[in-house]
Each structure stands twice: as structure tokens, then as C-alpha cells.
Design a protein around this ligand. Structure first.
Ligand code: SF4
Length: 86
């Protein structure tokens, strides 16, 4: 039986584009061109969370609705070198 979410209960946010470790060995989310800030202008004294732009494209959600991507998560198969375009 599937769990029922109560109204207002937090749902998990989409976070990663694919399975960790399916990208190039020795690379991480923080070295990926798709690792980006969730907001261009965060509130004063607040840092924008880092999220995955591929997940935004996959889900159609805005960046600020995605989960925070851990910087040292092993790269997934969508990993792309920074500066090589998207
Ligand atoms: S390696 Fe890149 S594409 Fe894959 S989850 Fe991390 S930031 Fe997203």
C-alpha cells in the first residue's frame, strides 16, 4: 500500500539527473557544467543552493524547486565539462 501524504506535507524534491558514478571516473557534480545556483539573486546574507540544470529540463520545474546537489557526488552520465556548452 502506498503512503498517503497529508496536505502540506513536504514532498521530496527532484535532485539528480541520473545514477551516481555513471559518469567519468574522478569527476563530481561540482565539476559539471550543469551544477548551477538555484537563484540568481538570493536574499541578502543567503546563499543560493546548488542544483542540477538537467533535472530542471527533465522535470520542467524552475531551479528553485529542485533539491540541493551534493558537491562531491560522483558524476552521472549527463556530466559535462564546464565551458563546453550545454
Ligand atoms: S553530474 Fe551534472 S548532470 Fe549529473 S547530477 Fe551532477 S550536476 Fe547533474
Amino acid at each position: 500500500m502506498l503512503p498517503v501524504l497529508e496536505e502540506g506535507e513536504a514532498m521530496s524534491r527532484p535532485t539528480y539527473a541520473h545514477v551516481e558514478g555513471t559518469g567519468p571516473a574522478g569527476e563530481y557534480c561540482q565539476s559539471c557544467a550543469h551544477w548551477t545556483r538555484s537563484a540568481k539573486n538570493p536574499a541578502p546574507f543567503r546563499r543560493a543552493a546548488m542544483v542540477c540544470a538537467v533535472v530542471a529540463r527533465q522535470t520542467g520545474l524552475p531551479l528553485d524547486r529542485l533539491g540541493t546537489v551534493y558537491s562531491h557526488r560522483p558524476a552521472c552520465r549527463h556530466w559535462q565539462r564546464k565551458g563546453t556548452g550545454s
